[in-house]
Design a protein around this ligand. Sequence first.
Ligand SMILES: [Zn+2]
Length: 384
Amino acid sequence: MDPERKVAAEEKMREWCVALPKVELHAHLNGSVRNSTLLELAKQLGDKGVIVFEDVKDVIMKNSRSPLECFKLFDLFHILTTDHDTVTRIAKEVVEDFAAENVVYLEIRTTPKNNAAKGMTKMSYINAVIKGLKAVEAVDVVLFDSNLRTNETLSCTPMIELDDDTKKKKIYVGLLLSIDRRETTSAALDTVNLAMEMKDQGVIGIDLSGNPVVGEWETYLPALQHAKELGIPITIHCGEVPNRKEIQAVLDFCPQRVGHVCCLNDEEWKQLKSITIPVEICLTSNVMTGGAPSLEMHHFADLFNAKHPLSLCTDDSGLFSTSLSNEYYLVAATFGLSKSELFQLAQDAVQFVFADGEVKKSLRRIFKVAEKRLMLPAEFAAPN
Ligand SMILES: [Zn+2]
């Protein structure tokens, strides 16, 4: 194919990936902040003397960041999310951004924080997030609130179904409360109890995340066990580093989903595949943080070929300058998946959502309608 036609074909494929309805299961609230917002908030913190703005300005403006620069921004995110208004703003914008690229179902994960100086408790932090979700106007946000659910007609309308400008898009949003690996057993238990308390307000699961070289599995196990006993779905960041003892413990614990699974050995791969725990695949994130040597050598291919349940996710779309549409484009461009395979991949993710059966039914309907538009006979061809 001549270069010009190749560029045009790539552009068309990117547009198709945006039009594809998508399910996002692994997105951290803090890591998904828009660059423009990050810049504005960093400037404000700089003016107050909390940080040196010039130190972070260039890193924020960059599109491709080194692992070291990513960690620098991680620290900044933590400073930013210490007041309620900022948390609310970020939550609102993150949902708007995902909805704008046709994500029809979004699970956002975030670590509830206590910050006595700002009058912030774990509950008030999550309430600030929920306030942000409710403030979204550009799109109808359906939280998994039991009250909302009874009034909900479940007639989702993603962008691709719209036939006039008056109709609004709809996005289903659920919250996962993250246990940070730095936390104590008691703090982790508080998070699980909070998830239980807020289960009718949009909280639908528990996540274990944070710096993978910090903390011990035994510290979080009582909280994870407690969540399991309460029937709260759990997802765990697994194998970001080759911690044999912990990877084995996670696989034995058998959560509903795992994220990443970068550093598994042959035996662990075998076990993961035999127990078929769905995997949240974060291509760009894994390559940028060194969990995978390159896109081409990412373990996506092995799991996909083994027909292992998996779902493409962004992890931290702001931090890694990606989007869910881009992740779909990358698997097409790197591994040669056809449009029908991409469509199937997106649709299969519905099975692994933590929401209830009614939401799943509604999502399946969305994909059915979208299939007619996106999978015209001519579209079944492979991308090149
Ligand atoms: Zn993550």
